[in-house]
Design a protein around this ligand. Sequence first.
Ligand code: AMP
Length: 548
Amino acid sequence: MLRNCTAWPEELARHYRRQGYWADITLYDMLLRSVAAAPDRIALVDGTRRLTYAELQIAIDRLAGRLIDLGFRPLERVVFQLPNSIEFIIALFALLRVGVIPVLALPAHRDQELSHIFAHTTAAGYIVPDLWHSYDYRLLAARLSGLAPSLRSVLVLGEPGPNQISLRNLLARDGGRGDSATDLADFAPPPDEVALMLLSGGTTGLPKLIPRTHNDYVYNCQQCGTIAGFNAGTVFLALLPMAHNYTLGCPGVLGALAHGGTAVIAPDAGIETVTRLIETERVTAISAAVPLIVNWLNVDSSRSCDFSSLRVLINGGAKLVPELRRRVELRFGCTFQESFGTGEGLLNMTRLDDPAEIRFTSSGRPISPADEVRIIDEHGNDVPDGVVGELICRGPYTVRGYYNAPEKDRPAFTSDGYYRMGDMVRRIDGNLYVQGRLKDIINRGGEKISCEEVENYILGHPKIKNVCVVAMPDATFGEKACAFVIPVEGQTVDLDEIKNFLLKRNIAKFKLPERLTVVNEFPISPAGKILRGELRQAAAGNVASVHA
Ligand code: AMP
């Protein structure tokens, strides 16, 4: 296994294999099975473009050969920052096929996050679009090339900048290079090897890297797909960034491909687009998140829409309240499925045939019989059913450690390999119910914001003496960031000033605070700790406890 990653103990690995949780195939092999089953079936739809399974395989193999010709080698890391597109899937599988490890950055990430990712992964390549949502990724790549000594090749989807390589040329049938003579089989990775790295929405500053192996991620995609009822007739609509574990493999696009279905890539997530694609492509499954669902349900539904193809609408990333789950089923005429999981592994889903009470109120239950979920008190003892405790878990697709970060592993994993998910839950009859969080994270409709990271940036502002960033409730996103600041004596400061300051630091926009409250002091516990809970209450409207 790649150095600085933690493998599963051998005995457990044997068990997972014997029980069939690990199929000992790579993600590319998983795709090949669907190619072999129905080469002419449509695998991907993106606008007017439709790619069959056979065409997808040819495109992947061609690009894989050219990546090898360019000098990429197994186990090298490539930071992957493409927006949703057919090319995303082709390029991802091309890397996976030859054992080069894609590190899935989000399109929203900027210099701060990426320079950390490059430093941490010593990545040899970087794949970006030219322009996306008016942002020029070529300039970002040029800045990072100057900072990251490991970075050899920048591949650009669209018009490349100076010293950058056109991904389209590499994808083109003749691409000016002829087809690679490389025997790709020589580069096929072992199924126990790291396939890709996801980014964790961690508490402590910049993202941690989650190494997922072929074996564990194949199981992740297939098993989630089975529980969401995926089969060869599935038409999955991809709306959220595919760089997120949720839309990529839970079950996501990879789950649809694993089951021989079709993935339709939406240009945007507005209700008109979603409705049009459901009607024209006969979409059967959608993975959505709280803000999208809130918006969709608030749009006037006078036009009669044909949602008859839709079987399941999944919500993930943050909890959807029962009333909205019920309205989803009424409005879309499909089954609602709640998905509570994490990029580190564990996934819980309600089952399609659960009674309404469970579908509408619970956070689901583990997707695998081999998931070991414990709910513990502050002394590490299991709590009885119905009592709230901290969720810890291990299993065939939950990682045993982060990449190259032993100091991050220590607080995040128990000595016997359980991952501390950071959520407070209760379990009743096997179903989990998320009650809150242990960690200082703001969940902005599924995007996670580390309070500590944003506080560090704000502390760099010359007018700020101290800051505390907490979650405030929001009708659409569930939570947003609210900054409580103590200015330097004699100074005044407002939200716009802080936002402009943060934008200049080139951080992902979704992390910006959306309210700023100036205070003289923070509520402090007898032990001298800031009482974040009181600040959260104040942010929610109860200002009594804050000394403004
Ligand atoms: P990430 O690993 O970035 O996907 O974030 C995982 C975290 O998101 C979990 O530990 C939960 O705190 C939160 N989360 C994800 N899905 C749900 C859900 N359906 N209900 C409540 N919290 C969720």
